[in-house]
Design a binder for this molecule. Structure first.
Ligand code: SAM
Length: 272
């Protein structure tokens, strides 16, 4: 079946760290050049979009490309930079396919930082942060975000908590023991929120445990932290990846940018 022509938005979006301004020429790294040339089979004159959180999104056109290189001419700006919620996902790593899933879905759900943490019952011995970062970048390019999440080096939960940044609150997904229903906890924060911004500008994080769950001692210690808010996600025991998504979606809906709509510049439906 012929693929429906898509709306005006270029199908390909690439995140680049370079400064984006009209008339600039960008050189892409080997991987990106290979992707455009050999995977997408694009050639000179093809149009795409380049973006980053600092400069927004810009039209671009392939000026030239070859084995391992590609140069783009930057055209007009399509979208201006926008403020985004300051939300971290602090998560115990799980087995390969599902941790990639967490990186992809958490990116779509707008996290700013992915922080893997080793907990008492984490069954995974190491994390490939580079692969997570590649998954996150791809998901950001696909879901029309203007930023990509930062994937941090895996550390123990204790280390991360010992150096917890002042002012950042932590929603602890606690499968056992005392915990507020997540909606109730978030609504209470929303009710007490100053300012009329469309989403929480204050920094937050969400913590989920491993397949084996948190140790009782871990949850007890977490409950004692002044910045921690233990929450429940209902009567069922969710898989770690499900729990992360559920909590992220709830947070975005109540405190985050869930009330916003996709940018008007992207408006338009696929045309047959
Ligand atoms: N301890 C459980 C067990 O041994 O089957 C599994 C824990 S669950 C797979 C992994 C993580 O998801 C938990 O540590 C918690 O962070 C989160 N989680 C799962 N279900 C939850 C619930 N109903 N309420 C709050 N958090 C939940």
């Amino acid at each position: 079946m012929a693929q429906a022509k898509t709306r005006a938005q270029p199908a390909t979006r690439l995140h680049v760290d370079d400064t984006l301004e009209e008339g600039r020429t960008l050189g892409l790294d080997r991987d990106r050049a290979h992707f455009l040339r050999s995977v997408l089979r694009l050639g000179p004159g093809a149009r795409l979009a380049v973006f980053n959180a600092r400069d927004g999104e810009w039209q671009a056109e392939i000026e030239g490309l070859g084995k391992g290189w590609c140069s783009l001419n930057v055209g007009a700006q399509r979208r201006k930079p926008v403020p985004e919620p300051d939300l971290w996902l602090v998560f115990a790593p799980i087995k390969r396919a599902r941790i990639d899933f967490i990186a992809e879905k958490a990116t779509e759900l707008g996290v700013a930082v992915l922080q893997p943490v080793m907990t008492r019952f984490t069954a995974v011995s190491r994390v490939n942060e580079d692969r997570l970062a590649a998954n996150a970048r791809e998901a950001a390019e696909q879901c029309e975000r203007l930023s990509i999440p930062e994937v941090r080096e895996t550390r123990s939960l204790g280390e991360v908590l010992d150096q917890w940044p002042q002012g950042r609150r932590l929603l602890v997904c606690a499968e056992w023991g005392a915990a507020q229903p997540i909606a109730e906890a978030l609504q209470a924060v929303r009710a007490g929120r100053e300012g009329s911004g469309t989403f929480a500008t204050d920094p937050w994080a969400i913590l989920t445990g491993p397949e084996g769950g948190f140790a009782e001692s871990e949850l007890d210690a977490l409950r004692k932290l002044p910045f921690a808010v233990p929450v429940g996600l209902g009567p069922r025991i969710l898989r770690a990846d499900t729990a992360a998504l559920a909590a992220l979606a709830c947070w975005q809906a109540v405190l985050g940018d869930g009330a916003e709509r996709p940018p008007a510049e992207l408006a338009g439906f696929p045309t047959g």
